[in-house]
Write a protein that binds this ligand. Sequence first.
Ligand SMILES: Cc1cc2nc3c(=O)[nH]c(=O)nc-3n(C[C@H](O)[C@H](O)[C@H](O)COP(=O)(O)OP(=O)(O)OC[C@H]3O[C@@H](n4cnc5c(N)ncnc54)[C@H](O)[C@@H]3O)c2cc1C
Ligand SMILES: NC(=O)C1=CN([C@@H]2O[C@H](COP(=O)(O)OP(=O)(O)OC[C@H]3O[C@@H](n4cnc5c(N)ncnc54)[C@H](OP(=O)(O)O)[C@@H]3O)[C@@H](O)[C@H]2O)C=CC1
Length: 491
Amino acid sequence: MEVARPPSTTGKFVVVGGGIAGVTCAEQLAIQFPSEDILLVTASPVIKAVTNFKQVSKVLEEFDVEEQPKTMLENRFPNIKIIESGVKQLKSKEHCILTGDGSQHVYKKLCLCAGAKPKLICEGNPYVLGIRDTDSAQEFQKQLTKAKRIMIIGNGGIALELVYEIEGCEIIWAIKDKAIGNTFFDAGAAEFLTSKLIDEKPEAIIAHKRTRYTTEGRKQTKTGAGNMGSALGPDWHEGLNLKGTKEFSHKIHIETMCEVKKIYLQEEFRISKKKSLPFPRDHSNQSVTTDKEIWPVYVELTNEKIYGCDFIVSATGVTPNTEPFLCGNSFDLGEDGGLKVDAHMHTSLSDVYAAGDICTASWRPSPVWQQMRLWTQARQMGWYAAKCMAAASLGESTDMDFSFELFAHVVLLGKYNAQGLGSDHELMLRCTKGQEYIKVVMQNGRMMGAVLIGETDLEETFENLILNQTDLSSYGEDLLDPNIDLEDYFD
Ligand SMILES: Cc1cc2nc3c(=O)[nH]c(=O)nc-3n(C[C@H](O)[C@H](O)[C@H](O)COP(=O)(O)OP(=O)(O)OC[C@H]3O[C@@H](n4cnc5c(N)ncnc54)[C@H](O)[C@@H]3O)c2cc1C
Ligand SMILES: NC(=O)C1=CN([C@@H]2O[C@H](COP(=O)(O)OP(=O)(O)OC[C@H]3O[C@@H](n4cnc5c(N)ncnc54)[C@H](OP(=O)(O)O)[C@@H]3O)[C@@H](O)[C@H]2O)C=CC1
């Protein structure tokens, strides 16, 4: 009897992942090698493409991201062949990958761009949700329409956006830090934002002006059970109705400096005979009042408070999605579990590159750059990985891309939170309540980073000051004097 043999391909370049990093990498390879077939293997039926890209200044960039059917990419680049199947195994010694549909694809150079997945506070609990892709965002929306109260854990990008966006549902927001938004802002910026929480949505304040995100036919793009879609991005909640069962707009209570100690399901909680707290309206009698409502799930915090809720959102960061590639391969991994890459986006395995959320940048970074798992960096890394793969295959050398000279993301520049600068730095602030918040981080008279919230028009000037490491000691505090037009001085 004849046994059907799995299809097999041989390509010079194979890219895994249909997110920003993988698609940008495949596009660049397709441009550089128009007569070669570039194989893009992805688990999701839709891909993420960068459109309307504009270099605003040396490092600041503006672009839109579109979720598109894969045929659109193949039409734009006829030499890109997309295979919709998840990689199950990497056989790095044989230079091939095996996919879920039973095929085998041989590569000369491979770039892994399989993204990351939510790092949940508790795996396998149906009341603990993470948000990553279109499917998980829709599941969250579905649960929210039935909810009266939810708990949000985490103090990063997703939590910050959710607390502003959700309406008609009580939110208990539990954070490890003293102030909100710690991943992106310091306490001063957080206070500026908190005072606005009541009257304005953050987009108006943080001005997500550099990236826009659109989906084509969101409903038709389900990835199906078990398959991971690519990560969402700015405006991901547009088109989702983030409304609970109640009529009010926002009701948020923040519990600071605490973590989750234990999660009880309803029955476990009943047996434990512990008491849960109502939504805190009056802090003075919080300790004596108990919640009469029966909730599906209860969360005990490390500050001993217990709240019942409909479900919990674990917005507690991501873990690089390395699992399908590790078996039988001795990759060097970063502390965060990502595939370590060198200054040429090359992993520790021969001819295997990585870019985007899956990788951990392990080169010696510029003093004003750090890795953050963001869209902007996924695009830059995908583009640069393609450049390095092309150069290596042509026997040419490459210089580190300029985008890694200075960290720049929306309103944040360089070491905006004095990351890694030790105690030997100064902060200067200019804040006009409700209008602008400007912070600069100075070290030895040089600007190392900045936060610019509001219409400050200082982005380019500050970018130049940081990149050039101009000696600003003679200006002292006048640097932020609103009567001095900095642009005239330094542009
Ligand atoms: C809710 C949310 C909001 C965000 N908002 C912002 C924002 O405002 N600004 C910003 O800069 N960043 C934002 N981010 C972060 C940003 O989306 C990610 O950093 C970026 O998209 C990562 O791109 P990537 O290509 O590395 O990975 P992903 O986009 O995760 O793509 C990974 C791809 O790999 C595929 N894949 C996975 N496993 C396999 C496998 N085994 N075989 C084949 N294919 C596989 C997936 O299907 C997917 O196509 C947000 C993230 C989330 C979750
Ligand atoms: N506007 C933007 O740029 C946005 C970007 N994103 C990106 O999407 C990805 C996922 O977002 P998100 O989940 O918010 O991740 P982030 O990495 O932004 O934030 C995670 C937050 O959770 C905290 N945390 C981690 N573990 C625990 C724990 N066990 N208990 C309590 N708190 C914990 C972290 O604190 P600590 O750091 O102290 O560990 C941090 O405050 C990230 O890559 C993020 O950058 C998402 C939305 C918007």
